[in-house]
Write a protein that binds this ligand. Structure first.
Ligand code: COA
Length: 167
């Protein structure tokens, strides 16, 4: 069976599609293992949202919430659609739509989420550092972003030191 996935920028249709997003969220199960924080509210507050759509159904979502120069990104794909290349395509779409909105993207991945780490590595992301079980990755979108990514990477040891002192 061949599936035809549409990749649609739904940022301006979030109200109209709220029920479909809530349904996608409700149907998630094992996908939450590495991403328990995902919910409908997170999508509704995003500044970029791209949905992977099979027929009428949302089967994957990538998004980004902007704060100053930074865009915090997330991605989640329904289990039956994982490993088919949707993740790669959604990241390409996010990079295209996030350009001109912020200078860099960042995200947090659990250390044992090998599939997601492999996926991010394909797009020139930098592992800025680790905190506990989490890896922080960054990807610049412009020259300011390159400087910010560098500054974050070199300041990570200090952040970890503060973590240790606080413990
Ligand atoms: C992580 C996730 C977004 C990846 O998306 P995906 O559509 O499954 O990934 P793709 O099919 O595009 O594959 C991308 C790369 O991942 C790696 N990959 C794919 N399937 C894999 C598997 N079974 N085991 C290990 N690596 C795998 C490969 O390197 C692949 O690239 P390649 O085919 O060129 O070698 C998706 O699996 C997912 O939604 N997981 C649950 C939620 C989650 O973890 N979100 C991220 C939280 S930060």
């Amino acid at each position: 069976m061949t599936i035809e996935i549409q990749y649609v920028n739904i940022r301006n249709r979030l109200i109209e599609l709220k029920e479909a997003i809530a349904f996608f969220n409700k149907e998630l199960n094992s996908e939450r293992k590495h991403f328990p924080a995902f919910d409908t509210a997170m999508v509704m507050k995003s500044d970029v949202v791209i949905a992977a759509i099979n027929k009428e159904d949302i089967v994957g979502i990538i998004g980004m919430k902007k704060k100053f120069f930074f865009g915090k990104s997330y991605i989640i794909i329904k289990e039956g659609y994982q490993g088919l290349g949707l993740g790669k395509r959604l990241i390409k779409e996010l990079l295209y739509h996030a350009k001109n909105k912020c200078s860099m993207l960042y995200g947090v991945i659990e250390k044992d989420n090998k599939r997601c780490i492999k996926l991010q590595n394909k797009f020139g992301t930098t592992n800025a550092g680790t905190r506990g079980d989490l890896e922080y990755f960054t990807i610049p979108l412009d020259n300011l972003g390159r400087i910010l990514c560098f500054l974050i990477r070199i300041s990570f040891p200090a952040i970890k030191l503060v973590d240790r002192i606080k413990r």
